[in-house]
Design a protein around this ligand. Sequence first.
Ligand SMILES: O=P(O)(O)OC[C@@]1(O)O[C@H](CO)[C@@H](O)[C@@H]1O
Ligand SMILES: [Mn+2]
Length: 470
Amino acid sequence: MAAPPASLSGRDEGFVSLSSPSPSAALLLPASAESRASSGTSGSFAYLTIKDRIPQILTKAIDTLHRHKNEFFEKHGEKGTEAEKKAISLLSKLRNELQTDKPIIPFVEKFVDTDIWNQYLEYQQSLLNENDGKPRWFYSPWLYVECYMYRRIHEAIIQSPPIDDFDVFKESKDQNFFESRESIIALCTHLQEVVTAIEDLDENQLKDEFFRLLQISLWGNKCDLSLSGGDTSSQKTNIINSLEELKPLILVNDMEHLWSLLTNCKKTREKASITRVDIVLDNSGFELVTDLVLADFLLSSQLATEIHFYGKTIPWFVSDTTIHDFNWLIEQMKESDDKCMSKCGAAWETYINMGRWVYQDHIFWTLPHEFCVMSQVAPDLYAELQKAHLILFKGDLNYRKLTGDRKWEFTVPFHQALNGFHPAPLCGIRTLKAEIQVGLRPGQAEQYMASEPNWLTTGKYGVLQFDGPL
Ligand SMILES: O=P(O)(O)OC[C@@]1(O)O[C@H](CO)[C@@H](O)[C@@H]1O
Ligand SMILES: [Mn+2]
């Protein structure tokens, strides 16, 4: 079992108040829903997210609380029923604020990051001039209001004891896992075959396998419940058979760089030293299985000797992985009636017990800050990431935070868009689900825009984008 999150209060000494990010970053401000909406498109993705998808997610959360009413009563008596009513009324108030574009309000419930969130609201206010009024849902940067919304859901729950540890998204995350069973079995069967034969694989076969599992981890990112507005988005087909047809949909493919970095580490590594790969996780369910399968291969192939995983400290963007999801999934695998799934689950539990897989929590991952200010806001986390030989950032939200969710030109180099965030060689692995992409060739974006106006937000295309010494 991965250790429960260290007491978060122990983390807050790592925070410093953020006045504003580096001046160069201010040249391009993250776009708000309104500014994207007013860019002539009646419903930009950001606008539609705030206007339609988030209210839908809130309604589903309210419905989930309602459906657990009896359970709360059985567990906690009248107090449980009262708590359920209170949480529902807080979420309904949140939905109304959002739908009527009310000003963003400070957090009131004491939690490890309450002050830093309220400082960030003041910072957002400082960016507005007097006639702009207050930060608002449709006016403030999309990245901020979307993160704020999920943190408000968490506040509503922690204000409703004794159900203050309830995860309103757990059912959807678990359902995604169960509905993806066939694909998970296929993937685990494949991994067991590879691990059994691994001693006999030559360099090219290892490389092919590494590339195969990287692509599976990429396409696993399509299973995303916040994009689907909380509707099911499990993996129904056997993804291994579709990699060849999906390959042209990879717009930036830096897998060769990852291979040469890790094989270099392996060749030059002395007996006792380590090669550490950090994986900043995204969604639980099928995507998490693809990440754990990749992590298993990294150890089995000796491309790495230690994997560190980062999850979310609170329920986040519907499907994101918390430590409870991480432990629950490994337990489900271990207890599965499918022998390959149970073999994987047992192996993964052993990796954790041996300390070769390490699960880490940090509240920074559920703050609204872009990653280029991490070294100021969470210097302890930045120092931790600097210990890695390679960091894999999974998913679209991480990509938005890596690039500051700014309206960069499509051809701006990824290194520039990182705006000084270089803790270690890193790779963004994301399917495109937001209106931001950098590091493309001249004319490449125009080619997709012409044929598919929504190419940036359907999750159809993906990137494996590397930044580091070549
Ligand atoms: O990080 P993930 O799970 O790949 O995607 C997060 C996401 O679903 O949330 C936002 C839409 O609400 C977008 O950034 C993106 O579509
Ligand atoms: Mn996610």
